[in-house]
Design a protein around this ligand. Structure first.
Ligand SMILES: O=C(O)CCC(=O)C(=O)O
Ligand SMILES: [Fe+2]
Length: 318
């Protein structure tokens, strides 16, 4: 009995006319020449893909049917990946609705290649929408990087992470760096950098946690994680009493490691190369994986890695 059902499922003519087409003969065909307009991923195509998934069709069957109908392979795989990913995000958001909150955001209207931050002009090197990632160049001068390292070095201790059960802090094997926190505004150097960051990210200086400096030796890493506090963890209500959720992160590279040590975003499959003075910014408007802000510090393969991280909260961090 089940075999019959199984065969039926496999044999089902799964390709209803692809969106934008009626009878099979008018299905879009693969563009033959480079002059042909590229095939677009239309809302109808996305809807059709989600319907196929809901009907239990495997991705490979859906892909085959799209190829057979004349969709170009790059368009078909891209359409499948984004449609299913977005659909899963929607399902997750429905299962655990969490409000979207305002987040730090650099002023990027008009696609500027530099942003004037008052005392310094910062380069915009890369922007990505989802996850929201912006890579900046020349945020800190070489002298500022050196001065931060020198001020932090005598105060370094094994890095702690927030203990999710209690909201306290603990040593964690996923994080093999050493670090320290500056108080907000604790020196003219720290104050100046914090003012620059507030201007760059358009976010109140008071909403920032104290700058954290991290030092990774060869082999050290920070395994992929989210920077927001997981609402499901018992320690979270305690942690967010001070300033609410984290909503953005700025990782500033204080040196250029000889090899390795990039900041990775596994969902986006990108890696930011650590270059002295540059910085990677990302924001997350709700504390969920749908933000695709999973990120980590890849193992340092040779040399040392020094970074300063600024975490940004929803409200004043006291
Ligand atoms: O080391 C890195 O590149 C990432 C650091 C990080 O994720 C953090 O400080 O929260
Ligand atoms: Fe992080």
């Amino acid at each position: 009995m089940w075999l019959g059902t199984f065969l039926q499922a496999v044999d089902l003519p799964i390709a209803p006319p692809l969106p934008g087409t009626e009878p099979e003969t008018t299905m879009p065909t693969r563009p033959e020449t480079s002059a042909s307009p590229a095939q677009a991923i239309t809302p109808e195509l996305r809807r059709w893909i989600v319907e196929q998934a809901q009907a239990g069709q495997s991705a490979s069957v859906v892909l085959q049917s799209m190829l057979a109908a004349g969709w170009a392979e790059d368009v078909a795989t891209q359409a499948l990946a984004t449609s299913l990913h977005d659909h899963l995000d929607e399902l997750a958001a429905q299962a655990r609705p969490l409000a979207v909150v305002p987040v730090p955001a650099p002023r990027l209207d008009g696609s500027p290649n530099r942003i004037d931050c008052g005392d310094r002009s910062v380069e915009v090197l890369l922007t990505m929408a989802h996850p929201r990632v912006v890579v900046f160049g020349n945020l800190l001068s070489p002298e500022e990087c050196e001065a931060l390292i020198a001020a932090a070095a005598p105060r370094m201790a094994r890095s702690l992470t927030v203990a999710t059960q209690t909201g306290g802090e603990e040593v964690n094997d996923d994080r093999t760096s050493h670090g320290m926190f500056f108080q907000r505004g604790e020196s003219p150097l720290v104050q100046r950098i914090e003012e620059r960051i507030a201007s760059l990210l358009n976010w109140p200086i008071e909403n920032g946690e104290g700058l954290q400096v991290l030092h990774y030796r060869p082999g050290a890493e920070y395994k992929p994680h989210y920077d927001y506090f997981d609402p499901a963890e018992p320690g979270t209500p305690t942690v967010i009493q001070r300033g609410g959720q984290r909503v953005g992160t700025l990782v500033m590279y204080l040196n250029t490691p000889e090899q390795g040590g990039g900041t990775t975003f596994p969902d986006a499959q990108i890696e930011v190369a650590p270059q002295r003075g540059n910085a990677a910014f990302f924001s997350y408007e709700r504390p969920t994986p749908s933000t695709r802000t999973l990120h980590g510090g890849a193992p340092v393969l040779a040399g040392d890695k020094w970074i300063a991280t600024k975490w940004l909260r929803e409200r004043e961090f006291k």
